[in-house]
Design a protein around this ligand. Structure first.
Ligand code: HEM
Length: 122
Protein backbone atom coordinates (compact mmCIF):
# COMPACT_ATOMS: atom_id res chain seq x y z
CA UNK A 1 0.00 0.00 0.00
CA UNK A 2 1.38 3.39 -1.01
CA UNK A 3 -0.03 5.20 1.96
CA UNK A 4 2.38 8.07 2.32
CA UNK A 5 3.62 10.68 -0.11
CA UNK A 6 7.11 9.27 0.53
CA UNK A 7 6.00 5.88 -0.82
CA UNK A 8 4.04 7.27 -3.74
CA UNK A 9 6.91 9.36 -5.10
CA UNK A 10 9.31 6.42 -4.87
CA UNK A 11 11.03 6.96 -1.55
CA UNK A 12 14.43 8.44 -0.75
CA UNK A 13 15.78 8.83 -4.33
CA UNK A 14 12.99 11.31 -5.03
CA UNK A 15 14.05 13.53 -2.14
CA UNK A 16 17.75 13.29 -2.99
CA UNK A 17 17.00 14.39 -6.57
CA UNK A 18 14.60 17.12 -5.45
CA UNK A 19 17.26 18.57 -3.16
CA UNK A 20 19.93 18.33 -5.89
CA UNK A 21 17.70 20.38 -8.17
CA UNK A 22 16.96 22.87 -5.41
CA UNK A 23 20.67 23.31 -4.73
CA UNK A 24 21.32 23.92 -8.45
CA UNK A 25 19.27 27.05 -7.87
CA UNK A 26 20.98 27.93 -4.59
CA UNK A 27 24.43 27.64 -6.17
CA UNK A 28 23.70 30.42 -8.65
CA UNK A 29 21.63 32.64 -6.35
CA UNK A 30 23.32 35.84 -5.27
CA UNK A 31 21.28 36.18 -2.06
CA UNK A 32 21.23 32.54 -0.98
CA UNK A 33 24.66 31.25 -1.99
CA UNK A 34 26.56 33.44 0.53
CA UNK A 35 24.32 32.19 3.36
CA UNK A 36 25.24 28.57 2.73
CA UNK A 37 28.61 27.06 3.70
CA UNK A 38 31.30 26.38 1.13
CA UNK A 39 30.65 22.63 1.28
CA UNK A 40 27.02 22.15 0.31
CA UNK A 41 26.98 18.38 0.60
CA UNK A 42 26.17 17.91 4.32
CA UNK A 43 23.27 20.37 4.05
CA UNK A 44 21.86 18.46 1.09
CA UNK A 45 21.77 15.28 3.17
CA UNK A 46 20.11 17.11 6.06
CA UNK A 47 17.41 18.67 3.88
CA UNK A 48 16.69 15.47 1.92
CA UNK A 49 16.45 13.30 5.03
CA UNK A 50 14.33 15.93 6.79
CA UNK A 51 11.83 16.15 3.94
CA UNK A 52 11.74 12.37 3.50
CA UNK A 53 11.05 11.93 7.21
CA UNK A 54 8.38 14.64 7.20
CA UNK A 55 6.51 12.95 4.34
CA UNK A 56 6.44 9.52 5.89
CA UNK A 57 9.89 8.07 5.27
CA UNK A 58 12.30 6.61 7.83
CA UNK A 59 13.37 8.84 10.74
CA UNK A 60 16.89 9.26 9.36
CA UNK A 61 17.04 12.99 9.95
CA UNK A 62 16.10 12.39 13.57
CA UNK A 63 18.96 9.89 13.85
CA UNK A 64 21.56 12.17 12.29
CA UNK A 65 20.49 15.58 13.64
CA UNK A 66 17.94 15.02 16.40
CA UNK A 67 14.83 17.16 16.76
CA UNK A 68 14.38 19.43 13.71
CA UNK A 69 13.93 22.75 15.60
CA UNK A 70 13.91 24.49 12.23
CA UNK A 71 13.34 27.98 13.56
CA UNK A 72 16.29 27.67 15.92
CA UNK A 73 18.51 26.12 13.24
CA UNK A 74 17.75 29.01 10.88
CA UNK A 75 18.31 31.71 13.50
CA UNK A 76 21.96 32.25 12.43
CA UNK A 77 20.79 33.27 8.95
CA UNK A 78 19.22 36.60 8.07
CA UNK A 79 16.08 35.47 6.28
CA UNK A 80 14.48 38.52 4.74
CA UNK A 81 11.42 38.46 2.49
CA UNK A 82 13.79 38.47 -0.50
CA UNK A 83 15.79 35.51 0.81
CA UNK A 84 12.60 33.61 1.60
CA UNK A 85 11.16 34.31 -1.84
CA UNK A 86 14.40 33.21 -3.51
CA UNK A 87 14.31 29.98 -1.49
CA UNK A 88 10.68 29.37 -2.48
CA UNK A 89 11.39 30.12 -6.15
CA UNK A 90 14.20 27.54 -6.35
CA UNK A 91 12.23 24.98 -4.36
CA UNK A 92 9.13 25.40 -6.55
CA UNK A 93 11.28 25.01 -9.66
CA UNK A 94 12.79 21.85 -8.15
CA UNK A 95 9.37 20.39 -7.31
CA UNK A 96 8.19 21.36 -10.79
CA UNK A 97 10.98 19.28 -12.34
CA UNK A 98 9.90 16.14 -10.50
CA UNK A 99 7.58 13.43 -11.77
CA UNK A 100 4.72 13.11 -9.27
CA UNK A 101 0.96 13.23 -8.92
CA UNK A 102 -0.89 16.54 -8.99
CA UNK A 103 -2.31 16.24 -5.50
CA UNK A 104 1.03 15.25 -3.98
CA UNK A 105 2.73 18.10 -5.82
CA UNK A 106 0.18 20.60 -4.49
CA UNK A 107 0.61 19.25 -0.95
CA UNK A 108 4.39 19.41 -1.15
CA UNK A 109 4.47 22.93 -2.57
CA UNK A 110 1.87 24.10 -0.06
CA UNK A 111 3.89 22.76 2.85
CA UNK A 112 7.20 24.19 1.63
CA UNK A 113 5.64 27.59 1.00
CA UNK A 114 4.04 27.62 4.46
CA UNK A 115 7.24 26.48 6.19
CA UNK A 116 9.33 29.09 4.36
CA UNK A 117 6.91 31.81 5.45
CA UNK A 118 7.38 30.68 9.06
CA UNK A 119 11.16 30.84 8.79
CA UNK A 120 11.43 34.45 7.69
CA UNK A 121 13.13 36.11 10.65
CA UNK A 122 13.69 39.72 9.51
C1 HEM B 1 12.95 30.62 4.10
C2 HEM B 1 14.07 30.46 3.41
C3 HEM B 1 15.16 29.53 3.86
C4 HEM B 1 16.49 29.82 3.87
C5 HEM B 1 17.14 31.12 3.42
C6 HEM B 1 17.18 28.65 4.40
C7 HEM B 1 18.56 28.57 4.57
C8 HEM B 1 19.21 27.51 5.14
C9 HEM B 1 20.62 27.44 5.36
C10 HEM B 1 21.62 28.53 5.00
C11 HEM B 1 20.89 26.25 5.94
C12 HEM B 1 22.26 25.70 6.38
C13 HEM B 1 22.75 24.73 5.34
C14 HEM B 1 24.04 24.03 5.74
O1 HEM B 1 24.43 24.08 6.91
O2 HEM B 1 24.67 23.43 4.85
C15 HEM B 1 19.63 25.56 6.08
C16 HEM B 1 19.48 24.31 6.64
C17 HEM B 1 18.30 23.61 6.67
N1 HEM B 1 17.08 24.05 6.22
FE1 HEM B 1 16.69 25.86 5.48
N2 HEM B 1 16.28 27.69 4.68
C18 HEM B 1 15.03 28.16 4.37
C19 HEM B 1 13.84 27.48 4.48
C20 HEM B 1 13.72 26.18 4.86
C21 HEM B 1 12.48 25.43 4.88
C22 HEM B 1 11.13 25.99 4.46
C23 HEM B 1 12.75 24.19 5.36
C24 HEM B 1 11.86 23.01 5.60
C25 HEM B 1 10.73 22.81 5.00
C26 HEM B 1 14.18 24.15 5.61
C27 HEM B 1 14.85 23.06 6.09
C28 HEM B 1 16.18 23.04 6.41
C29 HEM B 1 16.83 21.90 7.01
C30 HEM B 1 16.19 20.58 7.42
C31 HEM B 1 18.16 22.26 7.19
C32 HEM B 1 19.26 21.42 7.85
C33 HEM B 1 19.20 21.68 9.35
C34 HEM B 1 20.29 20.92 10.07
O3 HEM B 1 21.41 21.45 10.15
O4 HEM B 1 20.03 19.81 10.53
N3 HEM B 1 14.72 25.36 5.31
N4 HEM B 1 18.62 26.34 5.60
Amino acid sequence: MDETLYDRVGGMPFFVTLVEHFYDGVETDEILRPMYPEDLEPGKVHLATFLAQYWGGPALYQEIRGHPRLRMRHAPYVITKRARDAWITHMKAAVGSMDMGDEDRADLVGYLDMAAHQLRNR
